[in-house]
Design a protein around this ligand. Structure first.
Ligand code: BG6
Length: 489
């Protein structure tokens, strides 16, 4: 692992939810593992007035650490706060002075990592403010991490890219997709390219189809304001789901360096033809939850959630069928499905292999023979399960499916949170697990025609699925038409 250089992490939106829930705990755990450099500091910036001391106490409460914990004390002393308005010239000057003061005192050598953890509405102002205030220039390196959502369609993503390039070069821009920081998602690379037995089968010759399910039992909580203007498609598909798809479908990269991996992921996205308007109706299903029950508890309909328009036509569920048009995958459908208020939280990638070519066993047995299924369980109960057919012990020739399984919990080590890995990678300058501009734009190229079609065609009768069920019946029909069914339930 590359040694970390002295540096200052400047977090915009430091009084917000992401800081409290993800970034502060990740920093604490990195400190606990001794992974942060000795000369290191975090400067929070947000609109809320707070002193350094209040900022430290806020994070201490949010992370629920023991204040006497050595690692926490270590990081606590390195936390500072600066109040201001995003992009405002005077605020940016004050921020700059604060940065220089901390940098000088702690000898951080001018290395700066900016982190945009604000709502996306202020990204533009912040990037302009950083540039106009000259914060993007220093005697060390300067990088910027941009949180999701990266645009809300192709045009806005292109605009944000162009704006970022006025202040940073592409090698200094880190677009986060936290799914890439998940241990099990990275394990996909090792499973595929660290074993010889899967790769020869990983193609249209042996794979019948692929399913990717990202199910959540939670609703939208208090995020109604954001979610009602985003919807499930924007929120999950061009980012998290496409990351799972591209890592599953890509060709072996020539090395693990950032551009080799990202080149291959991009090629997969480029092989997916954006839908024509009528194709959207055939291949994409949208849904919105009504009230229902989850784990025996009543839960309200989406339209009754806080900050949601009571007549909202925003989708909370999406399922689609698409094809990766290349030599390896021609004709193999990829079925994607994600939704809120489904019966449980589970993310899985399933590779369904073709049935055996010739049935050797007696008819009563042959009927029970199931094709092999490889399940990559991303979360929870992280692991890998391969379904194989085995003989039932006894004098006959009966078969049954047996799982060959591996669960991470068997190792007894705790799986790090995605943000630990991603923060560390941005700090050490490794872009492999971050999205490149062309990747983001190509993803939006695929998704934007769906958004347009939906905008121009009447929404189905919403709500069209009860909370606590697997989405609208049309999602099942999408697979039934092809003689298949969803495997995660
Ligand atoms: C976020 C989405 O990016 O990912 C949320 O905005 C979603 O709506 C979340 O719940 C899922 O992440 P995870 O890590 O809980 O699967």
């Amino acid at each position: 692992m590359k040694e970390l250089q002295p540096q200052l992490l400047v977090i915009f939106g430091a009084s917000g939810d992401l800081m409290k829930r993800k970034l502060a705990p990740a920093l604490f755990r990195l400190a606990e593992q001794g992974l942060l450099p000795e000369r290191f500091s975090v400067l929070g910036f947000a609109r809320t007035p707070m002193s350094d001391e209040e900022f430290r106490s806020m994070l201490e409460n949010a992370t629920e650490v023991n204040p006497k914990n050595d690692a926490w004390e270590w990081i606590r002393n390195r936390l500072f706060y600066c109040q201001g308005n995003y992009g405002d010239f005077t605020s940016m000057q004050q921020l700059r002075e604060r940065i220089e003061e901390i940098d000088g005192k702690l000898k951080l050598e001018g290395n700066r990592l900016f982190y945009l953890a604000t709502p996306p509405e202020v990204f533009d102002d912040l990037v302009v403010g950083i540039r106009e205030g000259g914060l993007n220039k220093s005697q060390g390196w300067v990088r910027i991490v941009v949180e999701k959502p990266f645009g809300n369609d192709l045009e806005s993503a292109q605009h944000l890219n162009r704006l970022l390039w006025t202040a940073f070069d592409e090698q200094s821009i880190y677009r986060i997709d936290h799914y890439l920081g998940k241990e099990t998602v990275q394990n996909l690379l090792v499973l595929r390219f660290g074993n010889t037995i899967f790769e020869p089968l990983w193609n249209r010759g042996y794979v019948d189809h692929v399913q990717i399910t990202v199910a959540e039992s939670d609703g939208i909580g208090t995020r109604g304001r954001y979610y009602d203007s985003a919807g499930a498609l924007r929120d999950m598909v061009p980012n998290h789901m496409f990351q799972l798809l591209t890592l599953t479908a890509m060709e072996p990269p020539i090395s693990l360096d950032a551009d080799s991996v990202r080149d291959e992921k991009l090629r997969v996205l480029k092989s997916i033809e954006p839908f024509e308007p009528e194709e959207v109706d055939e291949n994409v299903v949208r849904g919105q939850y009504g009230s229902g029950e989850i784990d025996g508890q009543f839960v309200p309909a989406y339209r009754d959630e806080p900050y949601v328009n009571p007549n909202s036509t925003t989708e909370t569920f999406v399922a689609m069928r698409l094809f990766v048009r290349n030599w390896r995958w021609e004709g193999v459908p990829f079925y994607l499905r994600t939704g809120k208020r489904l019966p449980k939280r589970v993310t899985e990638i399933q590779i369904q292999f073709r049935p055996v070519p010739h049935l050797l066993f007696p008819p009563e047995t042959a009927g029970q023979l199931k094709p092999n299924l490889l399940t990559l369980r991303i979360q929870p109960d992280e692991g890998i399960v391969l379904r194989v057919e085995t003989k039932v012990i006894g004098m006959g020739m009966q078969v049954r499916s047996t799982p060959l399984d591996f669960y991470y919990s068997q190792l007894g080590t705790q799986i790090p949170d995605a943000y630990e890995r991603l923060l560390l990678d941005a700090m050490r300058g490794d872009q492999t697990l971050f999205m490149r501009a062309d990747e983001v734009e190509t993803a939006w190229q695929i998704v934007t025609p769906i958004l347009l079609r939906w905008r121009n065609s009447p929404a189905p009768q919403f709500p069209n699925y009860r909370a606590g069920t697997w989405g609208p019946k049309e999602a099942d029909e999408l697979l039934k038409r092809d003689g298949r069914k969803w495997l995660t339930h």
